[in-house]
Design a protein around this ligand. Structure first.
Ligand code: SF4
Ligand code: SF4
Length: 478
């Protein structure tokens, strides 16, 4: 029986760099001379690919649809970096919500740690937008234009102008524009994005530049950078070694069953007993990061399961049981037994419950308004005719609620003081902040150095707060 897939005509990257050079592995995406080795994976349809296809398109629908979804009039998710406001499930967090943001980030990280400890790089292979768009949008289109792996390699080797490729890249540009807009919708919101798109670039040059720049970056990523994102750029890939343990789920080759590997033809001609691996390299040729899974767990493996499907197809053809490459754990491969409950798998959920619980409690007990009192710009106080001392205060109220509010305020512990506020009550629209000025005048001798007062604020619907403040006068230590 011949090999199932055609051989790669290109020289294989070396693992022993030869006499006089440091022995070691050449990066799977580099040629011996250090140039980029273009990865042209063979598509391997199969049970896992079909499942990933369903997940991928459900995710693409979510990526596109979620920015449009609203909870209580607010976006479900909006990472508004420009205005430093982050909305999760309709709840808006401000930069001043330091503790909440910290707990939120901690909960996300702990959940990633737990999922990785249990399921390995399931995020990379099944959920990461880089993988989802690359493998289920850009790669299928590439196959449509350039053909399968052998044809793509042949085109690469031919060099020069390939008439189909400019058309393919034109389609990539259009797709990159779409992906860039979806990406931006998560950061600026669909309303702002629609405004940018409906106006001439001359009216909003900054917005136009951001859309154009993001489109170019997306195009570079999906047309050129590709697997390098996972192999050399992604920080999550770098911390895998610390997050996985011997019982984490990984895509692995069963060495005990597969080795010694050998071509099927040897069986008929020699007495050599070979394992189930017929060394067809289908698993290598389908790998989007160009690694050989038979060499064990490698950092470049994104758990995409393509090698499982490729090898299962081969096993079906040679009438051997499926699963020579399969989802398993290092421990299960060696001892035949895996362990789901491990210390980290117990500790992570406990930590998630504590941190997530604290986050939930704080989020539901947040004050409906944030009140800040600042000293006026310029001199801390002024002395006028007759020795009258004037302090200028700036009262800033951020209404975190869903409704506009009217905030009344007054000064307390302010005997002997006269205060003037041009805007009282202060009206603040929902989820916005407003600032007003208060002038406090005191007759000579009322403030000796400094005088503590309180600014009492209430919104008429149950919210009250007393903010302490120090008025300054002659003799104050500045
Ligand atoms: S592991 Fe499977 S796909 Fe890979 S070379 Fe061996 S038989 Fe072929
Ligand atoms: S080794 Fe297999 S699972 Fe890992 S990236 Fe390559 S094809 Fe995907």
């Amino acid at each position: 029986m011949s090999a199932v897939v055609p051989e790669d005509p290109r020289p294989t990257p070396v693992h022993d760099n030869g006499p006089g050079t440091a022995p070691g592995r050449v990066l799977s995406t580099l040629n011996e001379d250090g140039t980029r080795r273009w990865v042209r994976p063979e598509h391997a349809p199969g049970a896992f690919y079909n499942r990933r296809l369903i997940v991928a398109w459900a995710l693409i629908a979510s990526f596109v649809g979620l920015p449009f979804l609203r909870i209580g009039g607010k976006p479900t998710f909006l990472f508004d970096v420009l205005h430093r406001r982050f909305t999760f499930f309709g709840a808006t967090f401000l930069p001043t919500d330091t503790v909440l943001l910290m707990l939120l980030m901690l909960t996300i990280f702990l959940t990633i740690f737990l999922l990785t400890a249990l399921f390995g790089r399931v995020w990379c292979g099944w959920g990461c937008p880089q993988t989802v768009y690359m493998e289920f949008v850009f790669r299928p289109i590439e196959r449509l234009f350039d053909g399968n792996r052998s044809k793509q390699i042949a085109l690469d080797q031919k060099g020069g102008f390939q008439p189909k490729r400019p058309l393919k890249f034109a389609v990539f540009v259009v797709l990159s524009f779409g992906v860039a807009n979806v990406f931006l919708a998560w950061f600026i919101g669909v309303d702002e994005l629609a405004r940018w798109m409906n106006q001439s670039p001359v009216e909003h040059p900054a917005g136009f530049a951001i859309v154009a720049g993001t489109t170019i970056l997306m195009f570079i990523d999906f047309a050129w950078f590709r697997e390098q994102m996972c192999v050399v750029a992604c920080p999550y890939a770098r911390i895998q070694a610390a997050l996985l343990d011997r019982n984490s789920l990984i895509v692995a080759y069963d060495t005990g069953r597969g080795e010694p590997r050998g071509k099927l033809t040897k069986v008929a001609t020699t007495d050599l007993k070979i394992g189930d691996c017929i060394d067809c390299k289908a698993c290598v040729y389908t790998c989007p990061t160009n690694i050989d899974i038979r060499e064990g767990l490698q950092m470049e493996c994104i758990s995409c399961t393509q090698c499982i499907d490729a090898c299962d197809t081969v096993m079906d053809k040679i009438k051997r049981p499926r699963g020579l490459i399969r989802y398993t754990s290092q421990e299960r491969l060696v001892s035949g037994k895996g362990k789901v409950l491990r210390l980290r798998v117990i500790l992570y959920p406990i930590a998630i419950l504590i941190v997530g619980g604290a986050l939930g409690w704080l989020a539901t007990h947040r004050v409906p308004a944030e009140v800040t009192v600042l000293r006026g710009i310029g001199a801390p106080f002024t002395e006028g005719a007759g020795g009258v001392v004037t302090n200028q205060l700036r009262l800033k109220i951020h209404n975190r609620g869903e409704e506009p509010r009217s905030y009344k305020f007054e000064l307390r512990h302010a005997d002997g003081l006269k205060w003037i506020a041009p805007e009282n009550p202060l009206n603040v629209t929902a989820d916005h902040a407003a600032t007003t000025t208060i002038f406090v005048e005191s007759q000579p001798g009322v403030i000796h150095g400094e005088k503590p007062i309180e600014i009492h604020v209430e919104d008429g619907s149950g919210f009250t707060i007393d903010v302490p403040f120090r008025l300054l006068g002659p003799g104050a230590k500045l």
